[in-house]
Write a protein that binds this ligand. Sequence first.
Ligand code: GDP
Ligand code: MN
Length: 377
Amino acid sequence: MNLHEYQARDILKRHGIPVPDGDVAETPDQARAIAQRLGGKVVVKAQVHAGGRGKAGGVKLAAQPDEAAAHASRILGMTIKGLTVHKVLVAPATDIASESYVGIIVDRGSQRPVLMVSDAGGIDIEEVAGTTPERIHRLAIDPRYGLLPHQGLGLALRLYRDLAQARSAAAIMANLYAAFYAVGASLAEINPLAVTPDGRVVALDAKIVIDDNELGRRPEIAALRDTSAEAPSEVQAREAGLTFVKLDGSVGCCVNGAGLAMATMDLVKYYGGAPANFLDIGGSSNPQKVVDALRIITADPHVKAILFNIFGGITRGDDVANGIVQATRQFPLAVPLVIRLTGTNEAEAVQILRQAGFSALTDMDEAVRQAVAQAAA
Ligand code: GDP
Ligand code: MN
C-alpha cells in the first residue's frame, strides 16, 4: 500500500526526523489559509502515489498566499502518471544548498533491508542507478542488530564532508530504519534529503510503501489507505476479494493461484504478448468471483483478449464455467475469450461452457498462444 507524502512525513516526524511544518489542502482557499498561517515562502505539492511530481509540474514555490492558492488551483485536478490530484501539501519552502538521497528497501538478493544513499539527490534513484551507479552506496542491514551507529555514520560520511552534517544524516538514517521497521514498510525513502544554507539537514520529500501483509496487525496504518488515490480497478478487486495488479498490456488474465498466475504472465510474454493484469481468483470456488473478475478486466479499454487459465484443485471447473456464463448474461465481454481449463469437474465445466457457445482448451501453451494472437489481431 502506498502512502501519500504528507502521511509519510507524519511518520518520519514521529520518529524524530526533521521535516518542515505543513498541512494538506483540498481547495485553493484552504491552500491560501495554510500559506497565510505559515507565513513567508511556501511550496505547494501534489499528493499522488507517483514520483517525478516536480518534473510533471506538481511542485511549485509560492512567494505569498494568493500565489499558493493559484498554484493549488492549477495542481488540484491535474493528472500525474495517470493519477488525478485531489490534495496538495502546503509547506514552508526550504532553501536548499545540496540534495542527497536516502532510502531503505527490502532486498530479495540479500534477503535484508538495504540502506541506499547517494549524493545525487533530487533525481529519481532509478535514473542515478542507470547513469551513475557508482554514486549509490549500499548497506545490507542485519535485522538482528538493526543499523549500527558506525554503519550509519560511515555511509553519511560518503554524502557529507562536514562532520556535524554527517552526524545529523546518520541520526536520520537510524530513525528512518526505526520508522521503516515500525510501520511494516517495504520501502521508505527521503529524496531529497536537503542541506540548508545554514547547515541543517532536513527531509523535503518522503515516500513510504507498506507491505500489504503487514496491514492486518497494524490497523492504524491500514486506516491511512486513500482509495480515491488508487486505480479504481484495484479497489474493486480488493473489495471483491481478488488479488489483482493492473499492468499495461492487452491480454486480460484470469487465473487461479498466484503461482499459476505468474507462470501465465511469463508465458504471455514468452509468446510475444503483454499481460493487462495479474489476477488470482484464489483457491476458493465461487462463480461470483469470476463475474467480479470479468467485470474488472473488461472495464480496461486496453484489454483486447481475455485468457482464463484454470487448473482445478480446490477450485471447481464448473464454478468457474458458471461464473463465465453468468458474467455474459450481465454485461458484454466485447473481446475474445480463450479458456484453458483442466482438473476438478472439468467435464461438467466443458459441458456448461459448450451450452453457452464457448469451447475450452486443456493445453496451457496453446491457450496462451491463441490469446496473444487474438489480442494482436
Ligand atoms: P518528486 O518530484 O515527486 O520527487 O517531489 P519532491 O518533493 O522531491 O520535489 C521535487 C523537487 O522540488 C525537489 O527535488 C526539490 O528540488 C524541489 N523542492 C521541493 N521542496 C522544496 C522546497 O521546500 N524548497 C525548494 N527550493 N525546492 C523544493
Ligand atoms: Mn522526491
